[in-house]
Design a protein around this ligand. Structure first.
Ligand code: URA
Length: 222
């Protein structure tokens, strides 16, 4: 390319930049959510996820928290994103909120944790446990969607407002829709409160208990 053409191209790029366009690495573009071709096999999907550097959370994570549980689970729980303990141990829900979640699963649903599948909207810990940004969540979502596609759970329980926001489309309010059945993209989603919220607001445990009872009723019928 001669100097003149190069200067003209740089000028055009600067004009685009001033109009708000951003540079994207074309190799990454082919990995965005619409076109991402992900493995259909959970082990291969996990391998690919462990190497992901598609968002800035990859820079500060200790481990990718892929998710865990039974690949034939009829029920899947989806949280927001790993916290400090999860980031250290590479396992979802292993801290204080994990203890509560496990108790909810075992004591109210009457299931073993190993019989269900647990994952998060984002697989890397947001620094200081902040909420994942829209960009981080939508970049990571295809991995979760593929996990759902592989497991084919009959019920997905979203824990808290972030999981609800990214797995449903209509900007639903958790306090309004908790415990109800949302049908979306051939999925059956039942939202309830996040265990961390319940730890901070114990009075909401009563409502979460009601939600879990309806989830159990539905589970027993499938
Ligand atoms: N909170 C979440 O949303 N997910 C975890 O894995 C742990 C805490």
């Amino acid at each position: 390319m001669d100097k003149m053409t190069k200067a003209q191209q740089i000028k055009q790029l600067l004009i685009l930049k001033s109009l708000g366009y951003k540079y994207y690495n074309p190799n990454l573009l082919s990995l965005t959510q619409d076109t991402m071709i992900l493995p259909q096999n959970m082990d291969n999907l996990k391998k690919q996820t462990l190497q992901c550097h598609l968002c800035q959370l990859s820079k500060t994570r200790t481990n990718v928290v892929f998710g865990e549980g039974n690949l034939s689970a009829k029920i899947m729980f989806v949280g927001e994103g790993p916290g400090e303990n999860e980031d250290k141990l590479a396992r979802p829900f292993v801290g204080k909120s994990g203890e509560l979640l496990t108790a909810m699963i075992e004591n109210v649903l009457g299931l073993k944790r190993e019989n269900i599948y647990i994952a998060n909207i984002v697989k890397c810990r947001p620094p200081n446990n902040r909420e994942p940004s829209q960009e981080e969540a939508t970049t990571c979502l295809p991995f979760l969607k593929k996990q759902i596609e592989i497991i084919k759970p009959k019920i997905i329980v979203t824990l808290g407002s972030v999981a609800l926001k990214y797995l449903t489309t209509n900007e639903l309010k958790i306090s309004k829709v908790r415990g109800s059945i949302i049908k979306q993209d051939n999925l059956t989603i039942i939202p309830t409160y996040h265990p961390s919220y319940l730890l901070r607001n114990p009075s909401a445990k009563k409502e979460a208990f009601e939600d879990l009872k309806s989830i159990k009723k539905m589970y027993d019928e499938i």
